[in-house]
Write a protein of this length. Structure first.
Length: 113
């Protein structure tokens, strides 16, 4: 019995999506990261791909799942960072700042611990 390789399956799916972009939306998702697998292609260096495959083996997770988690973390971090920057900009506009001397003293106290 013939079994398609991952590359062949991906090519067939891309052909289906070109013909009918709603294809993946009509199928029930099997997990939280499945639709992303259908919509994005990610290019990794061979070294990074090897590390990802090793991590997948060690954690007994699919690489798709690990990549989905990584994207979730990245998005959450960027949202947090943007909130912090906006809050800091508002504080600076309202002159709620700390002098250079206060910062230097704070750093010095932390280094003594």
């Amino acid at each position: 019995m013939w079994s398609a390789t991952r590359t062949e399956r991906r090519a067939a799916l891309l052909r289906l999506l070109r013909e009918d972009p709603s294809y993946c939306l009509e199928r029930p998702a099997l997990g939280p990261y499945d639709v992303v697998h259908f919509l994005y292609e990610l290019r990794l260096t061979p070294e990074t791909e090897a590390k990802l495959n090793d991590l997948a083996r060690r954690t007994r997770k699919a690489t798709d799942e690990l990549l989905g988690e990584a994207v979730d973390y990245l998005v959450a971090y960027n949202e947090w960072f943007e909130r912090k920057v906006r809050k800091s900009m508002v504080a600076a506009e309202e002159n709620q700042t700390v002098s250079d001397e206060e910062v230097a003293a704070w750093i010095e106290r932390r280094q003594r611990r």
